[in-house]
Write a protein that binds this ligand. Structure first.
Ligand code: ATP
Length: 737
């Protein structure tokens, strides 16, 4: 596999038109598309996607070219891909994908994908071998079912009243298992994967699977898919590789094969639904619950993958929560290029579900996948080796292509070396011949044999003078023996001469060696002599300098000794003065410290006093306020009483005037009025201080005493003929009191 590149899940929104049912219900469109932008608005919400089709967006027919064709193209390059249709029930997923078996779905994406596949294969078939396989499964109530396995699926039953197409599952057949291979690829064990070679084959398998798929009628869709369906096309290709080597003339050189394998999952999810609106019960209700469960799990996976923060934190992605998410593991956050097609209805009655779909799809846009080219490992390895080979060949070619001049020079050099070699060999041979002419003998001591090597011209003869051969020597003729004697003497002489020559040579060598050593030593001694002479001169110079320095220091010491007496006195005086100054300073500091301490104490006592004064001031202030309040209250009481007295005086005056006019009745009236006035005043007074009393209680309950006295005294005064003025004054005084 090649290194992965990160690519986000692309989301396309497909808005279907209002369907007949919705029109009958008088629905209006609640989704609007922003002109020339892939953006939609629903209420106050706005969502932006990669593409928007239908209802004012791009025309739906462009969807395949823009969203899916690049995935098909990628498949031929070895990339896995997924197209996923999501949306509420009746929003047009099956219609969009083309997984239905009615004519409406013929224009869906899957039929277009199949066309594109076979067109591409047609153009590439000369250079690539293709193998196509398809599988079709559905996940119904958390169970994976093989829609192409006719044995286990059985023939579709006739639709019941609800329009449901039921299937019979053959007992004994092991259920399909979801497995994960060691390299993390999700596979389905026991699934039917049929090879296809023509468009017709593939279409018929799609149709066959679609017919087997569980569908049923609900209030919201009379042919509602009750399962999640996954149609998978596996494309395997074997490509012939060609080298385009610029060095080689044959640019089409065969470089072996490359094997690629990729899968395209085309997923038509079951629609999210609400039991209330679909009006489903019984089996349909159970299906709905499972559908929503699967979609919820998918939503959780999308949330985990779509949230950048969670992704960075490495939050667990709950792929294993449902079969659907497990099967789509590679498509969401894995090795796949993925396009999600969110299908929505524009009808206002579906506004809530539509909004949910938009939110769901919007989150999916944040999912990041890592698609890789799915290359066969061995083919990859082989390709690398081939590249290496190509490189080496190129290198070799380069080396072989050395300029002819250089080769000629090298060849000439070799020829020259060879001829020189021959010359030397010849020379050597000549020298050897000359040496042999002189003759040479060697004694092989361990054997005790004497070998005679006598060379006469080019001929060499070896004679072994062995004791065992003495008989042979002895058996020679007299002339021969004389010659032999002479030869022996000659040999002896030659041997002796040889030995002497050897010794001479040895001695000469030794002498030469000694002479060269002597020369070396002589050279060394001279250098050493010069070196040490220099050193001695340097040391003498240094010694002289040190002596001079010593003398100078002696002089200085003597001078210092002479001046030291006067200096000592001066120093002592200065020290004494300094000491005094320091003492004075210390005393001053001590004094300052004491004063500071005194000041601190004084300040503390003043602060304390101040605090006390403030406290007293506050107390006085409080008293003053209290007195003022009392004064105010007294003033108010005085004012009120003055008013009352004025009133009483006024009434009294009136009474007195009335009495003047009829003296008899008036005394009675006066006593009654006085009682009233008294009662009023008393009542008011008591109301202020003790609380109110009824008029009838007068006399018994008053504790003020003065009022009672006044009543009695009043009667007495009246009866005793006290004058009016006096009476008025008394009344006033009483009131004041
Ligand atoms: N783009 C469209 N144009 C016209 N009619 C459409 C379009 N999309 C869907 N329809 C109609 O809407 C109805 C419901 O569509 P479809 O069955 O595809 O919905 P669904 O999302 O697959 O529903 P379910 O989840 O229940 O299976 C069908 O009658 C279909 O013909």
């Amino acid at each position: 596999m090649e290194a992965s590149e990160i690519c986000s899940v692309k989301v396309a929104l497909h808005i279907r038109p209002l369907i007949a049912d919705e029109r009958q219900q008088g629905c209006i469109e609640c989704v609007s598309v922003t002109p020339s932008k892939p953006q939609v608005q629903i209420g106050s919400h706005a969502f932006t996607f990669d593409y928007v089709y239908g209802n004012g967006g791009s025309p739906s027919v462009d969807m395949f070219e823009e969203c899916v064709a690049p995935l098909v193209e990628g498949l031929f390059q070895g990339y896995n891909a997924t197209v996923l249709a999501y949306g509420q029930t009746g929003s047009g997923k099956t219609y969009t994908m083309g997984t239905g078996y009615n004519d409406n779905c013929r224009s869906g994406l899957i039929p277009q994908v199949m066309n594109a596949f076979f067109n591409k294969i047609e153009t590439l078939k000369h250079q690539t071998e293709f193998q196509l396989r398809v599988s079709f499964v559905e996940i119904l109530k958390e169970e994976v079912r093989d829609l192409l396995d006719m044995v286990s699926m059985g023939k579709p039953e006739t639709s019941n009243s609800n329009g449901h197409s039921g299937k019979v599952t053959v007992p004994g057949k092991s259920p399909i298992q979801i497995r994960e291979t060691s390299n993390g690829v999700i596979t389905l064990s026991g699934i039917t994967e049929v090879p296809v070679s023509t468009l017709h084959d593939m279409s018929s398998y799609l149709e066959q699977g679609s017919l087997s798929r569980a569908t049923g009628s609900t209030n919201m869709n009379n042919q509602s898919s009750r399962s999640h369906a996954i149609f998978t096309i596996t494309l395997q290709q074997m490509r012939k590789l060609h080298s385009g080597s610029p060095i080689n003339d044959s640019s089409d050189e065969d470089m072996g094969e490359e094997y690629l394998s990729a899968k395209l999952h085309l997923v038509d999810l079951a629609g999210s639904e609400r039991a209330k609106r679909t009006g489903s019960d019984g089996v349909r209700l159970k299906e709905g619950i499972h559908i929503n469960k699967g979609l919820l799990a998918l939503g959780n996976v999308i949330s985990a993958l779509g949230d950048e923060k969670k992704r960075k934190e490495g939050v667990h992605v709950p792929y294993r929560d449902s079969k659907l998410t497990r099967l789509l593991q590679d498509s969401l956050g894995g090795n796949s290029k993925t396009v999600m097609i969110a299908c929505i209805s524009p009808a206002d009655i579906n506004a809530e579900e539509t909004l949910n779909t938009l939110k769901y799809a919007n989150r999916a846009r944040n999912i990041q996948n890592k698609p890789v080219v799915n290359q066969d490992f061995i083919s990859n390895e082989m390709q690398q080796l081939r590249q290496q080979l190509k490189y080496l060949q190129a290198e070799l070619c380069f080396q072989g292509g050395v300029p002819a001049d250089e080769v000629r020079v090298l060849k000439e050099r070799i020829a020259w070396l060879e001829s020189t070699n021959e010359d030397l060999y010849r020379e050597l041979h000549e020298y050897r011949s000359r040496c042999a002419f002189v003759g040479r003998c060697e004694i092989d001591e361990p054997d005790g044999h004497i070998y005679l090597m006598k060379t006469d011209g080019l001929e060499r003869r070896f004679q072994s003078l062995d004791s065992s051969d003495h008989s042979l020597v002895g058996s020679l003729s007299g002339e021969d023996s004389r010659e032999t004697d002479e030869a022996a003497k000659e040999l002896e002489h030659v041997l002796f001469q040889n030995t002497m020559d050897k010794e001479m040579n040895e001695l000469n060598k030794h002498l030469e060696q000694k002479e060269s050593e002597m020369k070396l030593i002589a050279v060394d001694t001279e250098t050493l002599k010069q070196h040490f002479g220099k050193k001695i001169l340097e040391l003498e110079e240094e010694k002289r300098k040190v002596q001079e320095e010593r003398d100078r220091l002696f002089h200085e010491v003597e001078n210092l000794a002479a001046n030291s007496d006067g200096l000592a006195h001066k120093t002592q005086d200065v020290r004494g003065q300094k000491l005094k100054a320091l003492e004075a300073q210390v005393q001053l500091q001590h004094k300052m410290k004491q004063e500071a301490e005194q000041f601190r104490q004084w300040k503390a006592s003043r602060e304390k006093e101040l605090l006390q004064l403030k406290k007293e001031g506050r107390k006085n202030e409080y008293e003053r306020h209290k007195l003022e309040a009392l004064n105010q209250r007294q003033k108010m009481v005085l004012q009120r009483k003055t008013e009352e007295a004025t009133m009483a005086t006024k009434r009294l005056k009136e009474l007195l005037e009335a009495r003047k006019s009829s003296p008899r009745d008036n005394s009675e009236l006066l006593s009654r009025s006085m009682g009233t006035v008294n009662g009023d005043v008393g009542e008011r007074e008591n109301g202020d201080t003790h609380g109110s009393h009824g008029e009838g209680d007068r006399g018994e309950s008053r504790s003020g005493g003065g009022a009672i006295d006044f009543d009695r005294r009043n009667d007495t005064m009246i009866s005793s003929g006290m004058d009016e003025k006096n009476l008025l004054n008394r009344t006033f005084m009483w009131t004041i009191r």
